[in-house]
Design a protein around this ligand. Structure first.
Ligand code: AMP
Length: 145
């Protein structure tokens, strides 16, 4: 499993502000934004700011901050989309499905009657994503986060 951090990866560029993202949340240690190829409406990514390829490289402080932020954002996704369930996912290594080599957590709303779309397959309309982000931001505000 590759643990050599490559600072040119796409999330590193987003963290440095070199590429845009549709942000819903930020604190000292993490940022959360909409997945541009969502597996379901409301699919959000929580990204630690620490330069770590995967969970194993993340400091304990970074891991703690990431799970707290993930819980916070997932609560807002639940409030905004009222899904039947929510999957929280985190992939380590290409063999596990990791496509971006900077550690991150997926928050994916699940609906009893609809299958997930493919992983990192199809771009969603940015205007639609912005609308979803607004719902999550409003829910975060509501919960005081
Ligand atoms: P993983 O396969 O676990 O590494 O997940 C990477 C995720 O990042 C996938 O679900 C992609 O759809 C998503 N993704 C790739 N590029 C971007 C981007 N520029 N902004 C937001 N999400 C992205």
């Amino acid at each position: 499993m590759d643990t050599q951090y490559n600072p040119t990866n796409i999330f590193a560029k987003i963290l440095r502000g070199e590429l845009p993202c549709i942000k819903v949340y930020e604190d000292d240690d993490t940022i959360a934004f909409m997945d541009i190829m969502p597996q379901a409406d409301g699919h959000t990514l929580v990204v630690p700011k620490e330069a770590a390829v995967n969970l194993f490289d993340l400091s304990e402080q970074g891991a703690q901050a990431a799970i707290v932020a993930t819980q916070r954002v997932a609560r807002a996704v639940r409030a905004a989309f009222a899904p039947d369930g929510i999957s929280i996912g985190q992939f380590n290594g290409a063999a596990a499905g990791q496509t971006v080599p900077h550690v991150h957590f997926h928050i994916v709303p699940r609906y009893a009657d609809s299958a997930l779309r493919g992983h990192a397959r199809e771009m969603q309309d940015p205007e639609q994503l912005k609308g979803h982000a607004q719902r999550i931001i409003a829910a975060l505000r509501e919960q005081g986060a």
